[in-house]
Every structure is written in structure tokens, then in C-alpha cells.
Ligand binder design. Structure first.
Ligand SMILES: NC(=O)c1ccc[n+]([C@@H]2O[C@H](COP(=O)([O-])OP(=O)(O)OC[C@H]3O[C@@H](n4cnc5c(N)ncnc54)[C@H](O)[C@@H]3O)[C@@H](O)[C@H]2O)c1
Length: 438
């Protein structure tokens, strides 16, 4: 294939080397003449394991050329990979100067082309950039239409500096955000042979997931480092601890807990986080990330509270009260906290939870609910249909097939549903359903 690569930094230079190694004809474009000269001389513009040898090798295959001329590069190729830098501006926002300027030039270049060009954005871009900013820009400067005369798509780059050639050859997966089959087919021809999944998604999801991946990596590193600081203060071996943590592939290194939902609660997570923060404080150890978790959890609870208050509904039915489905444990349940706050605002509540039976609540569990919801006995109903009938708005925090069926059978179009659990049968419920943040 004939490929142009814009931006010959870590991502662009490694892509140029690997694609030409794999037999593609590659035109490299950069505004930095010194990088082009190095590539033209068979040298690497970036320090990366394996790049010195690979650049020397590809210089002899005659498949690589370089230019500063955007129009020429677009005219000579079928597909462009955009790998220009998107650094931080002083205020923390993404500085898109390079990609915006390039999009204008590419628009003008596409105007002069008779075949449909594919533009693949590989630079990390804040969600919405391709469809809301770059597409109109390229359409304006080309006088042509995305999806008809040319094709835009977004393919996040996952390589890591230091191991970029290895990562190029063995990425975690290939993700392509596209609205049309043509660019997907082109990218499958380029990257489909790699030993990983090839996934097509929406452009926005692809843009966002790249941020999520990097944020998750930063979060993992910070988690390990905060843990290590605390371990050091306590005389515990942090490597042994983190090694043990990583050996749990059921709950720790797994998909568990990574699905959006309502705030967490229960008798363990909040109290253990509090104890960890307190312990760190007593040892003069700063663990700002761990200490911020409960605040963030509270913000999530606020979201549900604000939604109910803004709805104007004052007769509210809770479907679920315990801290998670399948238990009667009410201690630190976020639904109990939400109920307590709503009652404080004069909201009339009725509650259905098939696991919670007042007569059977014992010990700390009973004391907790009696402190936070002293009139629990009057709120609890044994019949979900009764709760539905009495409510203007239903807050669904219980994931149970029979409950979902009853909601579908009894909810009316004049009611509202706040979904905290990603209801699986949302379409079957006649009342309008709003997800907490989905
Ligand atoms: N470095 C990484 O490990 C990595 C990994 C994944 C994704 N990314 C993302 O990929 C993008 C590129 O990262 P990088 O580290 O390769 O950047 P870099 O700063 O090393 O290289 C960017 C290159 O773009 C060139 N450039 C700027 N304006 C240009 C223009 N108008 N036309 C042509 N070239 C132009 C610059 O001269 C420079 O050579 C960024 O969005 C980054 O977030 C980087």
C-alpha cells in the first residue's frame, strides 16, 4: 500500500520503519527538516531499541521517501497516518495547534485529489476532535465530504517508548474508530495480520478509550507507589505485597469492578479506605490518591441525589436498599445514604428489597439502619408492584431478573426511572429510563 505518515516523532518514525519493513511504500512528512534528513540518510530520528538497525535496513529497500510537501504526500498515497504531537498547553488543555494546521493543509491536498483518500488520526485526541473539529475543517478546505469523497477515522496508538518496535508488532489490540467500512478495510490490510484482536468501534469511543488506557496506567503506577510509601513506613516489603495483590486474577487483575454503576459501599471498602488514610496520616505518609477515593465516591452519590431532586418528583420508590444485590447488609450502603438525604429533603420514600427483612436484621447491620433510617419499618414494602404504583420516580439499584420483569410489567409512561445498574431490559420498560451517567 502507499502510505503517508505525518509527524515523524516516536510514533510516526517507528510506524514508518515497520510499515516499510513490511513491504509498504511510505512517504514521511515532518516540518522538522533535520528529522527528514536523518530518515533520508537511513538514520533514526528517535532513540528506540532496534531503530538504528531497522532504519538502515529500510533505507536500502527503496520504499521510503521524505518531504515537507503535504500536497505531494497526499497525492502520492492512498492513506495518511497522522502522528503529530498533541502536547499539554499551559492550562492543561490539549494543544492541538499541529493537528489543526495539518488538517487545513490536508484539506487543500484532498481538494486536488480525484481518488478517495483515507486519513487515520493516530495522535491522541480529546473525544469529539475528529468528528466535531477536524472533519469540518478538512471538509471546508477540501470542498469535499467525509464518507463520500474522503474517509476519516481514528486509530489509537498503544506503543510504549523503549519497546516501540516490539509493541508495534504485538499490540494489546487494534482499535479502529470509524463510520465507514472503507477505512476499516484499509487498516485491516495494514494491521490485520498482527497477533491481536482487531476491533471496530465509534470514533468517539476510540478517542476516549485511549485516554482511559493512559489514565488507568497512571492510576496503577500511583496505586503501587502509594502502597509502597505506606509499606515502607510500616516496615512491610512492598514488592511482596504487590506481587501477592497481582496473583489474585479473580478480583484484582481482572474485569471485576470495572463496570460503571452506582457508588460503592458496604461494611469493608469504606472503612478500610478510612483506616488506610488514617494510618498513612499517623506515619506522615502522603497517599492523596487513596485518600481521594471516598470523596469521588461521594460525588457519584451526589449525582443520583441531584437527579432525583431535579426531577421534581417527591414520591420516590427505591428498588434495592442493601449495598449490593443478593445481601441484606445495609452497612454503609450508598442506597441507604441516598434515602437518608432524600428523606431529609421531604421526599416520601417507599422501598422494596427482597433480601431485607426488618425482623431478621441483627447486630451492627440493624444498629446501622436504625441510626440512618429510623423509620425503615414504615418504608419497607414486601410487594414491588405496590412500590411502583405509589411512585412518581423509581430508583433501581437492584440487579435481579424477576425485579426487571416486574418493572417492565408495572411501570407506566407517566413515571420516571433512574437506572443505577444498567437495566438489561430498558427497552421493555414503559416509563422513560435515565441511566446515572450512561
Ligand atoms: N510517544 C509515545 O509513546 C506515544 C504513544 C501513543 C500515542 N502517542 C501520541 O502520538 C502522538 C505523537 O507522539 P510522539 O511522541 O510521536 O510525538 P513527537 O513530539 O515525538 O513527534 C511529533 C512530530 O510531529 C511533527 N509535526 C508537528 N507539526 C507537524 C505538521 N504540521 N506536519 C508534520 N509534522 C508535524 C513534529 O516536528 C514531530 O517530529 C501524540 O498525540 C501522542 O500523545 C504517543
Amino acid at each position: 500500500m502507499n502510505i503517508s505518515i505525518f509527524g515523524l516523532g516516536y510514533v510516526g518514525a517507528v510506524s514508518l520503519a515497520c510499515l516499510s519493513r513490511d513491504g509498504h511504500r511510505v512517504v514521511g512528512v515532518d516540518i522538522d527538516r533535520s528529522k527528514l534528513d536523518l530518515i533520508a540518510a537511513g538514520k533514526t530520528p528517535v532513540v528506540e531499541e532496534g531503530m538504528v538497525d531497522l532504519m538502515q535496513k529500510v533505507a536500502t529497500n527503496g520504499l521510503v521517501s521524505v518531504t515537507t510537501d503535504v500536497e505531494l504526500a497526499v497525492a502520492q498515497t492512498d492513506i495518511s497516518l497522522v502522528c503529530v504531537g498533541t502536547p499539554s498547553a499551559a492550562n492543561g488543555s490539549q494543544d492541538q495547534t499541529a493537528v489543526l494546521r495539518l488538517a487545513e493543509s490536508m484539506g487543500r491536498a484532498i481538494a486536488a485529489k480525484s481518488t478517495p483518500h483515507v486519513v487515520v488520526f493516530r495522535s491522541t485526541l480529546v473525544p469529539g476532535t475528529v468528528e466535531d473539529v477536524l472533519r469540518p475543517l478538512i471538509e471546508r478546505h477540501s470542498g469535499k465530504r467525509d464518507g463520500v469523497d474522503f474517509f476519516l477515522c481514528f486509530q489509537p496508538e498503544f506503543l510504549r517508548e523503549g519497546s516501540s518496535i516490539r509493541d508495534y508488532d504485538k499490540p494489546p489490540f487494534t482499535v479502529v474508530g470509524a463510520n465507514h467500512p472503507h477505512p476499516v478495510e484499509q487498516l485491516r490490510a495494514l494491521f490485520g495480520h498482527l497477533p491481536c484482536k482487531f476491533i471496530q468501534t465509534s470514533v468517539r469511543s476510540a478517542e476516549m478509550m485511549k485516554y482511559c488506557c493512559n489514565n488507568f496506567h497512571a492510576l496503577k503506577i500511583t496505586f503501587a507507589n502509594e502502597t509502597a510509601r505506606l509499606c515502607a513506613a510500616l516496615g512491610v516489603d512492598p514488592f511482596e505485597v504487590m506481587d501477592l495483590v497481582c496473583q489474585d486474577t479473580q478480583l484484582n487483575i481482572s474485569r471485576a469492578y470495572l463496570k460503571p454503576g452506582f457508588a460503592f459501599g458496604g461494611s469493608c471498602l469504606p472503612k478500610d479506605l478510612r483506616a488506610t488514610s488514617y494510618l498513612a496520616k499517623t506515619r506522615d505518609v502522603k497517599v492523596p490518591m487513596l485518600s481521594a477515593i471516598l470523596d469521588s465516591n461521594e460525588d457519584h452519590l451526589d449525582l443520583a441525589f441531584d437527579h432525583v431532586m431535579a426531577s421534581g418528583c417527591r414520591r420516590v420508590g427505591f428498588v434495592g436498599l442493601s449495598f449490593k444485590t443478593g445481601t441484606d447488609d445495609l452497612r454503609e450502603s450508598p442506597l441507604v445514604a441516598l434515602a437518608e438525604r432524600l428523606i431529609g429533603k421531604g421526599v416520601a420514600l417507599s422501598v422494596y428489597d427482597p433480601e431485607v427483612h426488618l425482623a431478621q436484621l441483627l447486630g451492627a447491620n440493624r444498629r446501622y439502619v436504625e441510626t440512618h433510617l429510623p423509620h425503615i419499618g414504615q418504608l419497607l414494602k414486601a410487594d414491588l408492584a405496590e412500590v411502583i404504583a405509589a411512585s412518581e420516580l423509581l430508583v433501581v439499584g437492584l440487579s435481579d431478573a424477576r425485579v426487571h420483569e416486574t418493572l417492565a410489567a408495572h411501570c407506566r409512561p407517566d413515571q420516571q426511572v433512574l437506572d443505577l445498574i444498567q437495566l438489561p431490559n430498558r427497552g421493555a420498560i414503559r416509563a422513560p429510563v435515565t441511566g446515572l451517567c450512561w
